[in-house]
Ligand binder design. Structure first.
Ligand code: FAD
Length: 398
């Protein structure tokens, strides 16, 4: 095959939510950007996420009003304007699973906790839910606990990906995962990259949004800092064996005796439209490396404990092991905000939360615009069709 040479203003490597969002924004702004992906789109963290557009309530209920709660607090409104078709990106065709993530406690909350939730700091982020407005699962006469709704929509991320790809798919290059990326540089300033022997791409700026793949890319560029951390999870999935007994849909954090949610459940649909519960939180963090049977026994006990009024149908189970990839923190803690660091003309980025993708794009765009002369670039032709990852709700149960 003869080598092709392309030119562009910006190369972005990695088509998870961070790369897709940035790619869409730059091209909408008239900055030519090519997005490179070495696997099915969304295959890694993005299509493993629970799709919650966090507004920080989960962190604020710990009483920690950190940088994280401030930065992330603006995200639900930002995404909602995109969903309404009047934001930075048109997500009006994306599917909203739930307007609000809920939070419940199976028992009544202490009066101290009730007044804390009603306090000025939290009341804008969470409200009690009227009995009549409760979803089916919480209508049961034996549910006597507390139920709050958070200002956090839950989205079908596959449909978000579709919206992000569609207008700019002729600027996405997918290639085999064993293809080497090599760099041509002058004094640490990258001038072009080479994909295997086939494609050379010349650009002014390069952005790494490859999630866990950033680590190998940084090594190939001989960039020692920033470094990356992985925080592993073993998520749990279950669905009714008999679809006529399908689980009810639920999008909620379960609050234990402390102020920290002990489980987070979202609901998704497999290809037969059966409801799949996707369970994260402590069970997924503490379940890393545990044998399948053990984690399923624990998950069954957990569900019986947090919703004792609900009789579970006979269930089929699966687990999904996945790493969260983030900039390294001391003591493997959760980073606070979207992260971008620049080395010459290379921007290294991790959103740290799907919800923070718009914030990440703002930060990268600020850095790119400071050093960019927009150019005229040729249209890419003969690109193969875009491959999007199979939904987790189908692949996990195989
Ligand atoms: C189980 C789970 C649940 C979560 N739930 C939520 C949630 O509800 N709400 C929320 O806000 N956040 C959530 N998160 C966090 C969120 O999913 C991540 O922060 C976000 O998806 C990271 O996006 P990303 O684009 O940086 O990385 P990724 O989605 O991991 O994408 C990186 C992409 O880069 C590609 N790539 C890697 N190496 C290369 C290479 N050399 N060349 C080309 N391409 C490459 C990969 O194939 C992949 O497509 C969750 C995370 C996990 C693991």
């Amino acid at each position: 095959m003869t080598q092709k040479t392309y030119t562009t203003d910006v190369v972005i490597i990695g088509a998870g939510i961070a790369g897709l969002w940035l790619h869409h924004r730059l091209n909408n702004m008239g900055i030519h950007a090519l997005l490179l992906e070495n696997n099915a789109i969304g295959n890694a963290q993005t299509l493993s996420s629970q799709g919650i557009i966090h507004g920080g309530a989960k962190y604020a209920i710990n009483g920690i009003f950190s940088k994280a709660t401030q930065a992330i607090g603006a995200m639900p409104a930002r995404w909602k304007s995109c969903l309404n078709g009047d934001g930075d990106i048109d997500l009006s065709q994306a599917k909203v699973f739930a307007e609000n993530q809920l939070m419940w406690s199976k028992d009544q909350l202490s009066s101290k906790m009730v007044s804390f939730f009603a306090s000025k700091a939290l009341s804008s982020r969470m409200q009690t839910v009227d009995k009549s407005a409760r979803p089916a699962l919480f209508q049961h006469q034996d549910f006597n606990g507390a139920l709050y709704q958070l200002d956090e929509p839950v989205l079908d991320i596959a449909s978000v990906i579709q919206c992000l790809i569609e207008p700019w798919q002729d600027r996405i290059i997918q290639f085999a995962s064993d293809t080497d990326i090599t760099w041509q540089q002058d004094n640490g300033h990258i001038q072009s990259l080479q994909l295997g022997n086939d494609i050379q791409i010349n650009a002014q700026q390069f952005v790494l949004t490859a999630g866990e793949g950033n680590e190998a890319l940084l090594k190939s560029l001989n960039i020692k800092k920033p470094t990356m951390q992985r925080r592993p999870l073993q998520m749990v999935l279950c669905k009714a064996k008999d679809k006529t007994q399908a689980l009810p849909t639920i999008y909620a954090h379960s609050l234990g005796s402390g102020s920290k949610p002990i489980a987070t459940i979202t609901s998704h649909f497999d290809k037969n439209d059966n409801v799949v519960w996707y369970i994260g939180g402590n069970i997924a963090e503490q379940g890393v490396g545990k044998p399948f049977e053990n984690i399923i026994t624990e998950a069954t006990a957990l569900l019986n404990d947090i919703m004792p009024w609900f009789e579970l149908p006979e269930l089929e189970w699966a687990t999904h092991s996945i790493n969260r990839a983030e900039p390294k923190q001391s003591a493997l803690t959760r980073p606070d905000t979207a992260f971008v660091e620049t080395k010459n003309n290379v921007h290294i980025a991790w959103p740290t939360k799907l919800a923070l993708a718009p914030d990440l794009a703002d930060k990268v765009i600020d850095k790119i615009q400071a050093n960019l002369q927009k150019g005229e670039h040729q249209t890419l032709t003969d690109l193969p069709d875009i491959q999007i990852s199979e939904p987790l709700w189908d692949r996990a149960f195989k």
